[in-house]
Design a protein around this ligand. Sequence first.
Ligand code: ZN
Length: 346
Amino acid sequence: MPLKQDSITVGGTTVNAGERKYIDLPLPHLYSHSPVNMPVHVIHGRKAGPRLFVSAAIHGDEINGVEIIRRLLHTKALENLKGTLIAVPVVNVFGFNNKSRYLPDRRDLNRCFPGSERGSLAGQIARLFIDNIVSHCTHGIDLHTAAVGRSNLPQIRTDLEDNPGMLEMAQAFHSPVILNAPIRDGSLRSVAREYNVPVMLYEAGEALRFDEIPIRAGVRGVLSTMRHLGMLPMGKSRKTPASSMLSHGSKWVRAPQSGILRVMKSMGKHVNEGDILGYVADPFGTTEEIIYSHLSGIIIGRSTLPLVHEGEALFHIAGIDDADDINGTLKQFNHEIDPDMENLFS
Ligand SMILES: [Zn+2]
């Protein structure tokens, strides 16, 4: 029999077994002196089990994850939660309010971990997040999107060698692609590793947008990961979702010259080395240059802005270990997420 769990205290607020509570973690004030808080929702199951944090908007303009968490928290299945879910929909509250990836001091929060109590604004927020959220948890999912003017195919990014159960946890999310991505210094993942908390990133859609398919796939992915971890019952037998395609490396194809971009290959398409991805030309189309792919793989991210400078990253291509049935996998994924839609990615 699983044990009834002890209470948990987050930011000075105690949550007993079987309770859910909203908690505000105080942050430095605005310069108008208005108070600012990081909103946290703790759902503490009756029985002990894994403790998962789900965070969004560490980059303040990446808001798909905010909606994923809202829908997640309204899911009935959470009534049967075993363990603890700590949801933090807006980590970078300052960036979120400014519709910006960064903090007002122009720092990238995801390069400022672990931070310190007496550090920069970014460092203080990073420290607060580690001390109040990560330190309580056994697992984490951090929700992101592509930067402004770019879009990502739904994908999990993690370091598969980081933790023995990482591959299974990533597969449980059922995103079309798992990208084995090295950990960056100063990122949340780099510090979570020191706390022995496996963290994976879900990257999907575009900044400053609500992208319906990436949002639905995100909610499904978090719930499915929770079932895999034993936090939610398996429920009635459902069809096994499409397996993720595994990639051990990705590269960007860049603009050969400045100009206006026309795209020939859409998101999720498989391309071979030498394929034409698009064209860049001046406004009259007289000095056109062809953009060739310099590797084979699947397009997992691309620029959505047709105005480009030479050297700008345009197509993000991930090599796929088993390229046999890419189209079949994506078709099944599309059908699972929204059977009525035909062209999910463009
Ligand atoms: Zn991000």
